[in-house]
Design a protein around this ligand. Structure first.
Ligand code: GLC
Length: 599
């Protein structure tokens, strides 16, 4: 099979649910599975095909559920397995599919596998994780005696010392997320068993958390120190030596020969286009598509907490390269938002009252008309914005809290390499990572307000009422006060709302094969305000235009007058443009259609 052949997910749209923040049915301030069931009609009305659930497994919730202590159950805070079965049945009854989050680069330190592994150096599960002694010649537990100089994604060393055995275990993320040792075939077969268990139960696939980090160079070498105190280990674990072998083995063990239309998507920080072609080439049997990170790092400076100005030309260069790189072989996923990203309308659009709806609908149009499978993150379809966090006590996310603590202590706290996939948490506001003035709390909070993952995690805004209709109790994280204006109830019947626009985009993909499968050509790569591209399938050609700004702008295409006379498929202004010329009003988007000499 080649990617020119149609598969069902090319014309599908996936909707991500973050269960903690979606809908709370039992009134404890935390979203749950029965809450999701109560909103399935809403999702069906939106028109999405697949739901991806962020983790709802038993977890100490150190990293909001991405630290799993039991892979085959439901955390009581979200409900029970019976609730899950009901959710799955109700999803299927509505003709949708359900995909689970597979978090197998690491477990929780409270998972029985790790507890056994930790119990003694001789335990049969000791080798299920990465245990190492101190650096040669150094005393175990002494400062700097960690086995490698790697930093963790959530600040500090990637190694945690275990007093009882005098050894350290590896954790690329929090110290409560020890990394599984995929070199051990028993680990792999236990993971495959678990995956089969869920597929047998009826789930339709997996979104695989940081799956390109499961193969580590077993030598675990030190990383280069470019600044600050930690080395960059990523060359030794991002798309490591056995990654393709492991994913092919997983396919053969778990997915091969199954009837049904499954979906697999690998989250892959640091993946390149060239690697993504290999991962998503259907003939190689690895995954259907990957989440790459380039376009969501374009506004990062030395790290995500040190933003730099966003340039539209960079976005076009990046997304254009991914479109071209996966045109013949492989497949793209398309996303602006997820539970780790700030809200796109606040980031690349304009979340002021004046332009929020226009810019959110323009951004949606540009994204959904690329070639690939679009992902909508809960609330994105309402144009939800970043939140006005006032003090550190308003944040809940471990990455944000650890960053704040390290920054306020004036410590180099993390990984030091610009462009590094997990990114540099070392150079703190007001310092370069190796000393200098202590940061100002206001600056640290400003950085968090702009970038924190909690921006994505405030409760879904269902109504203008108390707690945005999310819960009857005080939620685990505050609702955004703008729910009085921005909420589902106000939007679902408003033809000009962000919700209605997403609905139209999803319907377009379902109705027109060109949206799913047409060739993609980027236009105007040097223009800093107009995003323009064509799609083409046989003799049908579509032009997609987006104005990334609040000023009116001409579209300088050679065949502009021809396009201006073409059929307008969709736009985000209800009043027609009287000028007759091809120019865009503030944050306007348009899709035109014409027939060309057969292509
Ligand atoms: C992924 C998840 C993120 C989590 C991390 C560790 O990047 O999306 O939320 O913190 O992996 O599991």
């Amino acid at each position: 099979m080649t990617s020119s052949q149609a598969t069902w997910w090319q014309s599908a749209v996936v909707y991500q649910i973050y269960p903690r923040s979606f809908c709370d049915a039992d009134g404890n301030g935390i979203g749950d599975l029965p809450g999701i069931v109560s909103k399935l009609d809403y999702l069906q009305r939106l028109g999405v095909d697949v739901l991806w659930l962020s983790p709802m497994f038993p977890s100490p919730q150190d990293d909001a559920g991405y630290d799993i202590s039991d892979y085959t159950d439901v955390d009581p805070v979200f409900g029970s397995l019976a609730d899950f079965d009901r959710l799955l049945a109700e999803v299927h009854r509505r003709g949708m599919k359900l995909v689970l989050d597979l978090v197998v680069n690491h477990t929780s330190d409270e998972h029985p596998w790790f507890q056994q592994s930790r119990s003694s150096k001789d335990d049969p599960k000791r080798d299920w994780y990465f245990w190492r002694g101190p650096r040669p010649g150094m005393a175990a537990g002494a400062p700097g005696a960690e086995p490698t100089n790697w930093g963790s994604a959530f600040s500090g060393s990637a190694w945690e010392f275990d007093e009882a055995s005098g050894e350290y275990f590896l954790h690329l993320f929090s110290r409560k997320q020890p990394d599984l040792n995929w070199e051990n075939p028993r680990v792999r077969s236990a993971v495959y068993d678990m995956m089969r268990w869920w597929l047998d139960r009826g789930v339709d696939g997996f979104r695989m958390d940081v799956i390109n980090m499961i193969s580590k160079d077993p030598r675990l070498p030190d990383g280069a120190i470019l600044s600050g105190s930690y080395g960059d280990g990523s060359p030794y674990y991002v798309c490591g030596p056995r990654i393709h072998e492991f994913l092919q083995e997983m396919y053969a063990e778990v997915f091969a020969g199954r009837n049904g239309q499954l979906l697999t998507v690998g989250e892959m920080p640091g993946v390149t286009v060239e690697q993504a072609r290999l991962f998503t080439d259907p003939e190689r049997h690895e995954v259907d598509m990957v989440f790459q990170f380039e376009h969501v790092q374009l506004d990062h400076g030395v790290d995500k907490f040190h933003p730099k100005a966003f340039r539209l030309t960079d976005l076009k260069a990046s997304l254009g390269r991914w479109q071209a790189g996966l045109a013949e072989v492989g497949w793209n996923s398309l996303y602006w938002n997820n539970h780790d990203q700030p809200r796109v309308v606040s980031r690349f659009g304009d979340d002021s009252d004046r332009y929020r709806v226009r810019s959110a609908t323009m951004l949606a149009t540009v994204l959904h008309l690329h070639r690939g499978t679009p992902y909508v993150y809960q609330g994105e379809e309402l144009g939800m914005t970043n939140a006005p966090f006032a003090s550190i006590s308003d944040f809940r996310d471990i990455e944000s809290l650890n960053y704040y603590a390290a920054a306020m202590a004036g410590e180099g706290s993390g990984r030091p390499v610009p462009g590094d996939p997990l990114e540099d948490r070392t150079a703190l506001p007001g310092q370069s990572g190796d000393g200098g003035p202590r940061p100002d709390e206001g600056e640290v909070l400003a950085a968090l307000r702009r970038t924190s993952r909690d921006n994505a995690r405030t409760p879904m805004q269902w109504t203008a009422g108390p707690q945005a209709g999310f819960s009857t109790a005080e939620p685990w994280i505050a609702v955004n006060p703008n729910h009085r204006d921005i909420n589902a109830e106000a939007e679902i019947d408003d033809p000009d709302s962000v919700f209605s626009h997403y609905r139209k985009l999803i319907a377009l993909r379902h109705a027109h094969p060109i949206v799913a499968r047409g060739d993609f050509t980027m236009l105007l790569p040097a223009d800093e305000q107009v995003y323009a591209f064509t799609r083409q399938l046989d003799a049908e050609q579509w032009l997609v235009l987006g104005n990334f700004g609040a000023s009116e702008v001409p579209v300088p295409l050679a065949d502009a007058s021809d396009w201006a006379a073409a059929e307008l498929v969709l736009g985000n202004y209800s009043e027609p443009d009287a000028s007759g010329a091809l120019s865009l009003r503030p944050w306007e988007c348009r899709i035109y259609r014409r027939t060309v000499g057969s292509g």
